[in-house]
Design a protein around this ligand. Structure first.
Ligand code: ZN
Ligand code: ZN
Ligand code: FE
Length: 754
């Protein structure tokens, strides 16, 4: 007897080759019915003999394509219809949009092979893709994900491409961006005057210019890159100068894993992540004397390496490699995605542009991760990872979570799913603010979410807080910055019972209106108790102190020592502060002018970095701390003293001993390492005290300071040694880029309490 079943599958099931694999399975078992994309996922109706239906059910999950991320499968029996064949039918467009949008996927090995095969009709074609790879998030206009709703809508499939697209047995079946040289997008090459360069081979023109030391803007997946030879010091110096980016590390794209292996130390997990479909930038240790100039990353011994992830990269890199590939923008502005925006860069920054006519609808910078103990720690979650949803511990009304003002990333929730946006950037400048508002509207429209509650940081002067308060709709919930950091890490690990939360961070607005940042909480998702914090220090000149580490060192010296001794020490160890600065700072301290107090861990690192030689202003966030980490002698295990009194962790003793070390001309590498070991010991001691008082054994580590790989490694090791269960970040950034996740979890917890 014939039976019929309806299966509803949710999760990331569109744009990943889901329907063809269902088609192949169904036809191999002689079953009839259909499969279609719906606005909530995929629906299958399957009909046949009971034994065959059973086999279908058994084999179903093994036949999910590799890039699918299935969340649920529900089955119901319905009357048989005596259907004659199995079909893939057109998408259904009614109902609520609730579907896992796929992220952009790196070109798959099968497509790379065709790209390099002279007998293939797509030989050398820079837009080759298939059901398993190609652009997704960056080309989707609306859902469901179908060609007319993408930026490929304007390209009419030629007969051979249409045939592939229609043929369920073809690996390009239903590949929405399918294209070939006859019917698809084309490259063009522009000179610095924005004139079209007449050439049949724009790739060759770009290769020629790159080899001669020029800077070329290259249109990729989530935006343009600025590119130049990674071995060409003058070209890199020119790029840095033109882009106003004197020191921050520049990412380097290599043609192959073998080539990366030549220049950098490669572990198995690094290999796996580099060649994953999300193709992130992975921060690797540089091998000595292999010819990569230090100007690529002057503050570190590392390189942000990645592999070609679009066909255009493969075509370029096979002729010229390695290449600097950095987001095309002016300093902190959003990444440039079209020729109109490119006008500000082509000429002033880029000498030429390799561009094309497939529109990019959504900006996405490259994602960045590092590996600690072979585990990934995502530093920037963007292209390739966005918009994979994050599962929250509880469901609730739709939320808009506004994120932080630094490294902003916001989110929208549906039930218990959080859609975290791509990296937006620092909201201080107008272009980033505009990008922020655009993306919020875009994601609301794409997901068809009307937020009922708007969640923001506790800081009254954050732009994201102002944005939240300006919204006429929805009630508002403010979440303390470090509670959100810790909650974001709890979400990753499915923790909801109370933990000991260690948030080492730059600055976040505290519940007492002061600036926090070296925090030890006893917390769950709903509430927190601030058990310990780093001793507060004056932030001389507020924002000015955040960009000038010597101000923090001055503050420590002035607070810890009598005036004449502090003056003498300043003279000796902080040469970039002249008499005038010192007099001014002392006045500001005495009168408490523009000098709020902070328990920030980040500023402690700044102060020590300044005492070890960092002069002047930082040119990017975290620069002084990065130099300090880089300095550390890895084998040194000594440390200084610290004091745990009341609810405060004081580093007075450490500074005294550190200055004695300076007097004795102890190597900076030793002092820097001793400092890291001191902070680690303080973390362990505070956690032990918390455990004694509460019996809690679970530690959560969060906050931007934990991007410091050396410190993170030491803290995990030190805490494990004391028998703690330690949880740190992997997929959600420890920095403010992950803050929205914690904001959502805290808001849902407090809503469920009401
Ligand atoms: Zn492919
Ligand atoms: Zn074609
Ligand atoms: Fe933070």
């Amino acid at each position: 007897m014939l039976k019929r079943q309806r299966l509803t599958i949710t999760g990331r099931v569109q744009g990943v080759g889901f329907r063809p694999s269902i088609y192949r399975l169904a036809t191999s078992l002689n079953l009839t019915g259909f499969v279609q994309n719906t606005t909530s996922g995929v629906m299958i109706e399957i009909e046949g003999l009971e034994t065959e239906l059973k086999r279908f059910d058994q084999q179903l999950s093994a036949n999910f394509p590799p890039m699918a991320l299935v969340q649920s499968v529900t089955a119901t029996s319905i009357p048989a219809q005596a259907s004659q064949q199995f079909q893939i039918t057109a998408s259904e467009r009614s109902g609520q949009v609730f579907v896992g949008m796929p992220p952009d996927l790196a070109t798959c090995p099968a497509c790379v092979a065709e790209l390099k095969d002279p007998s293939n009709r797509r030989f050398g074609y820079p837009f080759i893709n298939c059901t398993n790879c190609g652009p997704r998030f960056s080309i989707i206009e609306t859902l469901p994900y179908d060609r007319p709703h993408t930026s490929m809508a304007g390209f009419q499939l030629c007969p051979p491409c249409q045939h592939e697209y229609d043929d369920p047995t073809n690996r390009r079946f239903d590949a929405q961006p399918n294209a070939c040289p006859t019917c698809g997008p084309q490259l063009t090459y522009l000179n610095q005057d924005h004139h079209l360069v007449q050439t049949v081979d724009p790739i060759a023109a770009a290769v020629h210019d790159l080899k001669s030391g020029k800077i070329v803007a290259i249109k990729g997946i989530g935006g343009y890159h600025l590119s130049c030879l990674a071995s060409h010091e003058q070209a890199i110096a020119r790029l840095r100068q033109r882009k106003h980016r004197p020191h921050k590390a520049l990412a380097v794209m290599f043609q192959s894993l073998d080539e990366i292996d030549h220049y950098c130390e490669l572990t198995t997990s690094a290999r796996n992540w580099l060649s994953a479909p999300c193709a992130p930038i992975v921060i690797l240790k540089k091998r000595q004397d292999r010819g990569l100039p230090s100007i690529l990353a002057p503050d570190t011994f590392t390189i942000g390496a990645f592999l070609p992830y679009a066909p255009i990269h493969h075509l370029l890199l096979q002729h010229v490699s390695p290449l600097v590939m950095t987001s095309a923008n002016l300093s902190d502005e959003p990444i440039v995605i079209n020729e109109e925006e490119l006008t500000n860069l082509l000429g002033p920054i880029a000498d030429a542009a390799l561009t094309h006519n497939r529109p990019i609808l959504r900006r996405a910078d490259d994602s960045v991760m590092m590996l600690v103990n072979q585990q990934p720690v995502v530093i920037r979650r963007s292209r390739g990872l966005v918009p994979n949803p994050i599962t929250l511990p509880s469901a609730g009304p739709p939320l808009l979570v506004c994120g932080s003002d630094l490294k902003n990333s916001f989110g929208l929730t549906k039930h218990n799913q959080l859609y975290l946006s791509q990296h937006i950037g620092d909201l201080k400048d107008y272009p980033a603010q505009r990008f922020y508002q655009e993306q919020i509207n875009d994601l609301k429209q794409l997901l068809q979410v009307a937020p009922e509650v708007i969640v923001h940081d506790l800081h009254p002067n954050y732009l994201s807080t102002h944005y939240a308060n300006e919204q006429p709709m929805g009630s508002k919930i403010a979440v303390q910055h470090h509670h959100a950091h810790l909650a974001s890490c709890m979400v990753e690990h499915g923790l909801s019972t109370p933990v000991i939360g260690v948030a080492l961070d730059g600055n976040g607005y505290g519940a007492d209106g002061r600036l926090w940042g070296g925090e030890f909480f006893i917390n769950d998702l709903k509430t927190y108790h601030r058990r310990f914090h780093f001793e507060e220090m004056p932030l001389i000149g507020q924002a000015a102190a955040m960009v000038q580490p010597s101000r923090m060192a001055f503050a420590y010296l002035a607070t810890l020592f009598p005036a004449d001794q502090a003056a003498d020490l300043t003279q000796r160890w902080l040469p970039d502060l002249d008499q005038h600065d010192q007099a001014l700072f002392r006045q500001m301290l005495t009168k408490q002018l523009h000098t709020p107090w902070t328990s920030s861990a980040g500023r402690l690192f700044d102060a020590v970095s300044a005492l070890l030689g960092f002069q002047g202003k930082i040119t990017y966030e975290g620069q002084a701390a990065i130099q300090l980490e880089t300095m550390c002698a890895p084998t040194c295990e000594e440390r200084y003293q610290f004091d745990l009194t009341g609810d405060s962790i004081s580093f007075h003793s450490m500074f005294r001993q550190l200055l004695i070390d300076k007097d004795k001309k102890t190597a900076s590498a030793i002092i820097a390492a001793k400092f890291h070991h001191t902070v680690t010991a303080a973390v362990v001691a505070a956690c032990q005290q918390c455990r004694n008082e509460t019996d809690i054994n679970q530690i959560v580590l969060s906050g931007g300071v934990f991007q410091n790989k050396f410190l993170l490694h030491l803290c995990i090791k030190g805490l494990n040694k004391q028998g703690f269960q330690v949880y740190s970040h992997q997929e959600i950034p420890p920095n403010d880029g992950g803050l929205a996740v914690g904001q959502a979890a805290v808001a849902l917890a407090s809503l469920s309490q009401e």
